[in-house]
Design a protein around this ligand. Structure first.
Ligand code: B12
Ligand code: SF4
Length: 571
């Protein structure tokens, strides 16, 4: 038996999380090769290997795709291509999308089987079935000889996770050794019922938490040290920190290894455990705070409180563990006041990183079902978190507000203001970082004129207004300053950027054009104007600006990618 497993691209960004290997496929590979004796090849679109060689495709008996919902369009295109190349074996799907949206896949004529949830056991049974051996199919949809779909039900999840072989990371050649990092999972299953997530997790891995033993986890880590010389790892599962005893036991063992590590976590860990985690090398916790409004947390069925989240981040700050705080904006019924609570939460607690997503209804979740008529149906690619389009009809009119708050809350806001701005104006790009030094130099050397000093303070105040959520005030302050200092590119660049990112592309174009009157050959600004033109659908102008960007900066990657995408659209 020969099997090809395929990890499809995430449409908008093929490089996305390249170093995070698809553990699900690697577990399946280990089981299929070690236990069943089949041979597996893995093709990962993020690593420029989207497909096996189509001229040899019939060397494989089964081609299996894994897929999250935002990968499914790409996956289906690849699968169709394989069938059209004359593949006569089985094309099968597994992973989150297949598990929660099997109807979508059943409608595709080239799909032969759809696996629901955890599949190490069920996939083996399928291989036995294909080879005519005794089998007991479970949790899989299969087309019968009359092309009718038949569901083989079953509720059994793997009882003892320690029995699984370690994921076959060696399939990625020297990658793990080059990055000296692995991602891993230690538990499966989640008893909570957050409504934007469940019951899909329970379909994947069940309601009850199953954990690997500490010695089994340590063996995997020690094996990775031996084989790949890793110096860091991440624990990706949803429920690792649920059991204090296991966490403490593992920390005790990890202390000796001097690795750095991170994990996902809810906010109910106490200080003592956090200290032990820090001492064992834990550097970062990914925590799903989601909202600073208790009303919204309750609507999401988070079974958690704003206060608990706040205390948690505070303790992490004190203990010295960085926090990556995941927030969401745009829950149906969320008001400006709720969003302000979230913004204030972020300012109050000061997590190390804030990653803000727009609330997105995933298929099969309680949120999806309860708001079905309110959901704006789009292609599956639009489920990606970077796609900021209205997701619910009832929230569409607040889209600008949602975008505002997403930008304001994001910890990258300062950076994006500065980095994406203009690379030619040193004061603009370094302004926030160096302004305090500027003032202390001024006190000693008195090198700025009174007018310059006044200008810098007002500019700083305007940016502060924007940063702390008062966008309108900040924009007015910048527009006022612009009247007095019309040739300051940092004002025009900031105005352009704020207008662009808060849903006012026309004003952005106007500010950037004034910028170009002063500095006509700035490729970054031409690129940003192109972005603004794209937002208002003026493709030809956008194209012209992209061409200008590339003329001024031939290796400008985003501009080259954007023009390619535009050409694709024209064709
Ligand atoms: C790590 C992780 C990531 C990582 C890496 C993923 C990777 N390289 O595979 C990264 C950071 C890239 C990521 C990103 C995102 N993720 Co994510 N992620 C996870 C997480 C926490 C763990 C995945 C994992 O390793 N599981 C462990 C392995 C063993 O399970 P598995 O991969 O599902 O595989 C098993 C089965 O599904 C099945 N199977 C899988 N593939 C196949 C293929 C075949 C042929 C067969 C037969 C069986 C099979 O068998 C496997 C073994 O049992 C899951 C949650 C979870 N607990 O699974 C979410 C999850 C997969 N992510 C999810 C989401 C929504 C996202 C994001 C959109 C989040 C966001 N808001 O940004 C982004 C997507 C990218 C984007 N920005 O658009 C959702 C997917 C929902 C959906 N309907 O698609 C999940 C399920 C979490 C959730 N909220 O419910 N994610
Ligand atoms: S969001 Fe996390 S805690 Fe909530 S149900 Fe999903 S996996 Fe469980």
């Amino acid at each position: 038996m020969r099997i090809a497993f395929i990890y499809p691209a995430i449409e908008f960004d093929n490089r996305y999380h390249k170093d995070s290997l698809p553990i699900g496929l690697l577990y399946l590979t280990a089981v299929v090769e070690n236990i069943y004796g089949a041979k597996v090849d893995i093709f990962d679109s993020r690593h420029n290997q989207p497909l096996p060689d189509l001229s040899d495709i019939n060397l494989y008996d089964v081609v299996g795709f894994t897929s999250m919902s935002m990968q499914i369009s790409h996956a289906l295109r690849l699968a169709r291509k394989i069938r059209e190349a004359g593949f006569s074996g089985k094309i099968v799907f597994g992973g989150p999308h297949a598990s929660v949206a099997s109807d979508h896949l059943k409608s595709q004529s080239f799909v032969d089987a759809i696996f629901i949830g955890e599949a190490e056991d069920t996939f083996l049974k399928y291989l036995q079935y294909l080879e005519g051996k005794p089998h007991q199919l479970q949790r899989v949809w299969i087309r019968d000889s009359k092309k009718e779909w038949i569901f083989h039900s079953g509720e059994d999840f793997i009882k003892d996770l320690d029995k699984l072989p370690f994921p076959a990371r060696e399939k990625y050649g020297d990658l793990p050794s080059r990055i000296r990092f692995i991602n891993m999972t230690t538990t499966r299953g989640c008893p909570f019922r957050c409504n934007y997530c469940q019951p899909s997790k329970q379909i994947l891995f069940g309601k009850y938490v199953r954990r690997r033993s500490v010695s089994n986890i340590m063996s995997e880590i020690e094996d990775a040290i031996k084989r790949f010389s890793i110096n860091s790892f991440s624990i990706d599962d949803d429920t690792f920190t649920f059991d204090k005893k296991t966490v403490l036991e593992l920390c005790e063992k990890l202390k000796l290894l001097k690795l750095s590590w991170s994990c996902q976590s809810r906010s109910d860990i106490d200080r003592e455990t956090l200290e032990k985690m820090r001492d064992s090398g834990c550097q970062m916790l990914f925590v799903g705070v989601e909202s600073g409004s208790q009303r919204i947390l309750d609507l999401m069925n988070k079974s958690n409180t704003v206060q608990k989240n706040e205390e948690f981040i505070k303790i992490c700050n004190e203990v010295g563990i960085q926090t990556w705080c995941n927030m969401m904006v745009g829950y149906p019924g969320e008001t400006r006041e709720d969003m302000e609570h979230s913004l204030q939460f972020v300012h109050r607690t000061n997590p190390s990183r804030v990653c803000v997503s727009q609330v997105t209804p995933f298929p099969g979740t309680d949120l999806w079902k309860s708001h079905h008529d309110d959901i704006i149906q789009r292609g599956w690619d639009d489920v990606a978190r970077h796609i900021r389009k209205p997701k619910f009809k009832s929230m569409a009119k607040y889209q600008k507000l949602i975008k505002y708050f997403m930008i304001l809350m994001s910890k990258d806001f300062d950076q994006s203001l500065n980095i994406e701005l203009v690379n030619s104006s040193p004061i603009a790009s370094l302004f926030n970082r160096y302004f305090p030094f500027l003032l202390s130099y001024q006190r000693v050397f008195n090198f700025l004129t009174k007018k310059q000093l006044e200008y810098y303070s007002l500019f700083r105040k305007a940016l502060d207004s924007v940063r702390t959520g008062n966008i309108k005030k900040g924009l007015n302050q910048l527009e006022d300053l612009r009247i007095h200092f019309p040739s300051k590119t940092e004002i025009l660049g900031n105005l352009g950027w704020i207008y662009l990112t808060t849903g006012n592309p026309h004003k952005a174009i106007e500010s950037y054009k004034c910028f170009l009157d002063i500095e006509p050959d700035n490729p970054e600004v031409h690129f940003l104007i192109a972005k603004a033109f794209l937002e208002i659908g003026q493709i030809q102008q956008a194209r012209a600006e992209l061409i200008e960007t590339i003329r001024l900066s031939p290796n400008h990657k985003p501009a080259n990618e954007a023009i390619k995408a535009l050409e694709g659209r024209v064709k």
